[in-house]
Design a protein around this ligand. Sequence first.
Ligand code: ADP
Length: 279
Amino acid sequence: MPFATRVHPGKKIRLSDIDPKANGGLEKADGEAQLEKLSLELGELQELLYAAGTHSLLVVFQGMDTAGKDGSIRAVFNHTSPLGQRISPFKVPTPLERDHDFLWRVHSQTPEKGMISIFNRSHYEDVLVVRVHELAPKAVWSKRFEHINNFERLLADSDTIIVKFYLHISPEEQEQRLLDREREVEKAWKLSAADWVERRSWSKYMTAYEEAIQRCTTSYAPWIVVPSDRKWFRNLAVAESLVETLRPYRKGWVDALTERGQAELTAIRAARGERGRRN
Ligand code: ADP
């Protein structure tokens, strides 16, 4: 059983049916040991992705405040090379961004071949915060699900592997995390009165998330719901989903690299004037 829930197209999803406290029946120490192995494997897979240069990877992180978008990026990508990845945070749009269509700022951050792009928030904010706070009329945001699916299809058709994580925490756990921040001096920089205001819209956010996840989970860009009340389990579930997504590509990448190596070897020998000898 995978640790996270992959949402299949056409299936109804109720977030309240998924337990944010799930731990996969594991103890923390066991989970952390498994995470270490998986993040090492992710590092190897990234090296192959980078070297083969035939695909790119887009990883989207969404979740309520304190769900752990930053934390899971730090924990899961700790054995990947910064050379092969870029992290793009999406904040309140600038005036210039707002004067374009909502995908304009997103498209420029998508990964080129060989690269990983990690989105900390994403184009989904345009059907989440925008909907919850009525920043655009329904006639505008409701058309965006189709635009998003078409956009992600375009990326997938250009060999972008896409995985989208919803980090699922309970309102009780969020409250605890916000209170912890007030107590810990080293976390004071994270304090924001706005987080307490946002909490009041919890159920509106859940409705918006459910619809976004349901309408935009596709075979080429699936949504994965990650139980996130336990940080160690959240990290493990994200790492497992990513590794399982990438594993099927491993052989193709290794074969392409071996073939490229052989061709280069032949070219080197020819350049040195060696003829007729094999290997
Ligand atoms: P984070 O919470 O991601 O660490 P911030 O505290 O700067 O970083 O929050 C970014 C804010 O930008 C969030 O409140 C988010 O809802 C908002 N935001 C992101 N994209 C949009 C958008 N398209 N329209 C309006 N607000 C957005």
